[in-house]
Design a protein around this ligand. Structure first.
Ligand SMILES: Cc1cc2nc3c(=O)[nH]c(=O)nc-3n(C[C@H](O)[C@H](O)[C@H](O)COP(=O)(O)OP(=O)(O)OC[C@H]3O[C@@H](n4cnc5c(N)ncnc54)[C@H](O)[C@@H]3O)c2cc1C
Length: 609
């Protein structure tokens, strides 16, 4: 009897993972023959492109993803666990070169740049904020040599993707319903009421930040369904992956695009070289290859394929297929400064996410009602403002977030987390703890407001480290190399400091503190030099790299406004790289839109609609 039971359990233990994979998996092991379209990278844009192209049943579509499949996994799908997704198998784990003008509180002045390496790409590891940017962003793209990308042109594609679940927002003209991507209002911690009221008091009005215009403040709209992350894979791949004309292969690292010289001397993309399980093979495309590897992956693949700045390719000993000086240049990223706040009068335990969040009642409310703190990444609200700027555009130049997580620096784990997520130096975190001790005996930071540059003037570059596809490229974001960005951030930090002055803040005893790298001892606490020191020390990536293969008409443009790579037929880029410049807000919503618009243009160009 016991023996039978042991054998039964052993068989079950052996079979269960296989049954799980068989039931949930939507991928196949290897490509099957040639395809009409090959899409590289299953992130925000690539998932949409592949999904939409495969709607045409006559076309064979292949989606190749270097990372593994995102089988149901609490780490991915429970929003609060977002920080556990970094530094693991779902993350490319990029690092920048040492920064020259920022990062003084970072170990070796190096910024840690996670990117999703998994089905769903960065949407499987991101913070879920769904924010599109302003009308001016897209009108500016259009005027910079990308006709067809004005706000009026792109709005239908934002709406096509979206299924806005909030009934009030769903009624507005600019939101979409019925698209594959669920967007909902995130769970609201009580501290949100303070934040919105304080913002209103200091002159920042409430509004829907996805309206075309604007400055104001609003609760977060997030890409989630009943408290569960909705990634690009959940929204665009899982529901359609069993289409007969659609194959998805994971663990497939694309080394390069295969380019042939035609009889008339022109160059054409005819497929890709892929490495899976250490085996290298070529897959042929009959119509097009679409690169959606993201702002780091796509320029890297382009350069490895011989498309890039001639001198750099020669230096890397790569045969030049097309001298394209813009590949890898124009790297832009939002750069954000965390500012800690503390409340002296109010018990924060029911106001924000506290370290005891994994209580039975919280877990039960998550499992049974899809509500509570586990449904959020901690980001509760997002605001936009314009501070001291001679910027001619109408767009906001800073954005700021309420991060409703109580940070208790005296808990060693949390110190480790800060060091590992952002590469902060131990001394910098220790500085902060010391100052927090001095400010209040409980030495906790109850929550954080983060303020970031919406439209940085500084831009950097991505270059190959070598011709080996496995080597991470050289990433130089050049944060704060343009002093106008410092001026804007000083203005932004001063604006955030004003939150203290609101009557509601005084009633709750809310105070800001922000100490980094001896800024206080060097510069006091209220001078511009102090705020500049904080910005240059504590600033970190907001995870929004883009623009490294921009579309346009000027000599630095890599693709035209239909995303066709200049000088190589049968090849497009569709992802964050093609943006001419950053949008005011977060980048996933624009990347979903780019995927929708790219698929539409490809279908038009091949007479498929
Ligand atoms: C930690 C984090 C938090 C973020 N938070 C937010 C947020 O809250 N809101 C927001 O709007 N944005 C956020 N972002 C940014 C947002 O997720 C990205 O801007 C967006 O996903 C970019 O879309 P993409 O298609 O350009 O690239 P990605 O989504 O990164 O997809 C690129 C895909 O290509 C694959 N790939 C790359 N190279 C190769 C290769 N050689 N072969 C095969 N496959 C390859 C990658 O593995 C990846 O799956 C965050 C990003 C990160 C990393």
């Amino acid at each position: 009897m016991w023996l039978k039971l042991v054998v039964f359990v052993a068989i079950l233990a052996f079979l269960a993972p296989k049954i799980f994979v068989w039931y949930f998996s939507i991928t196949i092991d290897k490509p099957k023959g040639d395809y009409d379209f090959i899409v590289v990278g299953a992130g925000a844009s690539g998932s949409v492109v592949a999904s939409r192209l495969s709607e045409v049943s006559t076309e064979r579509v292949l989606l190749l993803e270097a990372g593994e499949e995102d089988l149901p996994n609490p780490l991915i799908h429970v929003p609060l666990f977002v920080t556990f997704l970094q530094h693991g198998k779902f993350d490319w784990e990029y690092k920048t070169e040492p920064l020259n003008n920022a990062g003084f509180a970072l170990t070796n002045q190096v910024s840690y740049w996670p990117r999703g390496k998994v089905l769903g790409g960065s949407t499987s590891i991101n913070y879920l904020v769904y924010a599109r940017g302003t009308k001016s962003d897209f009108d500016s793209w259009d005027s910079l040599g990308a006709p067809g990308w004005s706000y009026q042109d792109v709005l239908p594609f934002f709406k096509k993707s979206e299924n806005m679940l909030d009934p009030d927002l769903a009624k507005t003209a600019h939101h979409g319903t019925g698209g594959p991507l669920n967007v909902s209002l995130s769970y609201k911690h009580k501290i949100l009421n303070w934040f919105i009221r304080a913002a209103n008091e200091i002159g920042i009005a409430s509004f829907d930040y996805n309206r075309p215009d604007g400055k104001g403040v609003s609760p977060i709209q997030s890409t989630s369904t009943n408290g569960k992350r909705t990634s690009a894979a959940d929204a665009f791949l899982r529901p359609v992956a069993r289409r007969k004309n659609f194959d998805i292969v994971c663990g497939a690292h694309v080394k390069r695009v295969v380019i042939e010289t035609q009889s008339d001397g022109s160059k054409k993309a005819v497929g890709v070289e892929v490495v899976k399980n250490e085996e290298s093979f070529i897959v042929k495309s009959k119509k097009e290859v679409i690169l959606s590897g993201g702002a780091i992956g796509s320029p890297q693949i382009l350069m490895l394929s011989g498309i890039g700045p001639k001198e750099h390719l020669k230096e890397m000993k790569i045969e030049v297929m097309k001298d394209s000086p813009g590949v890898g240049s124009n790297l832009q990223d939002h750069f954000v400064i965390p500012a800690g706040f503390h409340s002296f009068n109010t018990d924060m335990h029911d106001q924000v996410i506290t370290p005891d969040v994994l209580s039975l009642s919280n877990i039960a409310s998550y499992l049974f009602h899809g509500s509570g703190s586990l449904t959020t990444t901690g980001l509760d609200a997002l605001g936009f403002a314009k501070v001291l700027s001679d910027d001619k555009h109408d767009w906001p130049n800073i954005h700021f977030y309420l991060h409703a997580i109580m940070w208790k620096p005296q808990i060693p784990d949390q110190t480790e987390v800060l060091m590992s997520l952002f590469n902060f130096k131990k001394e910098a975190v220790d500085d902060l703890i010391k100052e927090a001790h001095a400010i209040n005996s409980d030495h906790t930071s109850d929550f954080t407001i983060m303020v970031g540059l919406a439209h940085p003037y500084s831009s950097g570059s991505i270059k190959l480290r070598s011709s080996n596809y496995l080597d991470h490229p050289i990433i130089d974001p050049s944060y704060l190399s343009d002093t106008r960005d410092v001026t804007t951030l000083v203005g932004g930090l001063r604006l955030i400091k004003k939150f203290e002055d609101a009557e509601i803040s005084k009633a709750m005893g809310i105070k800001m503190y922000m100490v980094m790298n001896n800024c206080t001892s060097l510069h006091g606490t209220s001078t511009d030099a102090y705020y500049e020191c904080v910005a240059r020390s504590a600033g970190i990536t907001e995870y929004h790299p883009c623009c490294t293969a921009k579309m346009g008409k000027d000599p630095m443009a890599v693709a035209d406004a239909r995303l066709r790579v200049h000088g190589i037929s049968g090849l497009r880029v569709a992802d964050a790289s093609i943006m001419p410049h950053l949008t005011t807000a977060n980048t996933q919503a624009p990347c979903y839109m780019i995927g929708e618009k790219a698929a539409h243009m490809i279908k038009q160009d091949w007479g498929l609609i």
